[in-house]
Design a protein around this ligand. Structure first.
Ligand code: F6R
Length: 242
């Protein structure tokens, strides 16, 4: 595990984006795994800059979002379908037909999850997985005590995660209670993972992920076993590292 500590969030985005771009360049059909939330926004903004400057071409790339809320219409501005379109597909000039998000509106969520796994496999697997981390240590929406071997699956969201994400909704009762998320096993299959975290509210989870025991109470700790993972932090998120 490589850990890079940057002076601020803007620098985190640049350093992390350069790592992502390095691993996507030169591949005919690169596959990028996409986190949503606030953490990767600077990273995506810098990737968009590289695309605008002609330093990166993602027109032939495939994208797979990590997760989606269950029961939130794809047209809802806070659905991850809408967020990925707004923050990734359009600014990075990706082909919308090649960017997928789990279908949290499917009547058959088990079937939708299996199809998602098959689509990732058919694209050749994820070259670079972009990750954030929840304040409780979740990655994707794999909450504490999720099996390390899990594949894409439906999960209940903890109260902590619903509270953390309430800022995107008008009221707490609008925050979805469940999500469809890539599993920890799915995430661990990525060839490279780049995790970004900023702010002091991430410091406990970051320290436990990097320096704590590998334990299902701290889902992100499984990344200690990932063969090529890069953690890019600002000083506040790194504050509790030994
Ligand atoms: C979202 C996701 C989550 C977030 C995490 C941190 O697709 O995978 O694991 O990365 O909840 O969210 P932010 O970045 O908003 O603090």
């Amino acid at each position: 595990m490589e850990v890079v500590i940057c002076r601020d969030a803007a620098q985190v985005g640049i350093v992390a984006a350069e790592k992502v771009a390095d691993r996507l360049r030169g591949r005919a059909n690169p596959v990028i795994g996409l986190a949503t939330g606030s953490s990767p926004l600077d990273l995506y903004a810098h990737l968009a800059k590289l695309v605008d400057e002609g330093a990166l071409d993602l027109s032939q790339a495939y994208g797979f979002a990590l997760d989606e809320y269950v029961g939130l219409a794809h047209e809802h501005p806070e659905s991850y379908h809408a967020v990925i379109r707004r923050t990734v597909t359009e600014p990075l000039r990706m082909n919308p037909a090649r960017v997928r998000v789990p279908n949290g509106m499917a009547a058959d969520l088990v079937g939708a999850a299996q199809q998602y796994e098959e689509a990732i496999r058919a694209a050749g697997g994820v070259d670079v997985q972009v990750l954030g981390i929840g304040s409780n240590g979740h990655i994707g929406f794999n909450e504490p005590f999720t099996s390390f071997g899990s594949r894409t699956h439906r999960v209940p969201l903890t109260e902590q995660t619903r509270n953390d994400n309430a800022r995107f909704f008008d009221s707490m009762d609008q925050v979805p209670t469940h999500a469809l998320t890539q599993g920890l096993g799915t995430i661990m299959d990525s060839r490279t993972a780049v995790l970004v975290a900023t702010g002091e509210h991430k410091a406990d989870a970051v320290a436990a992920m990097i320096e704590g025991p590998v334990a299902i109470a701290m889902p992100a700790s499984i990344l200690q076993f990932h063969p090529d993972v890069h953690v890019v932090l600002d000083e506040a998120a790194a504050a509790k590292l030994a």
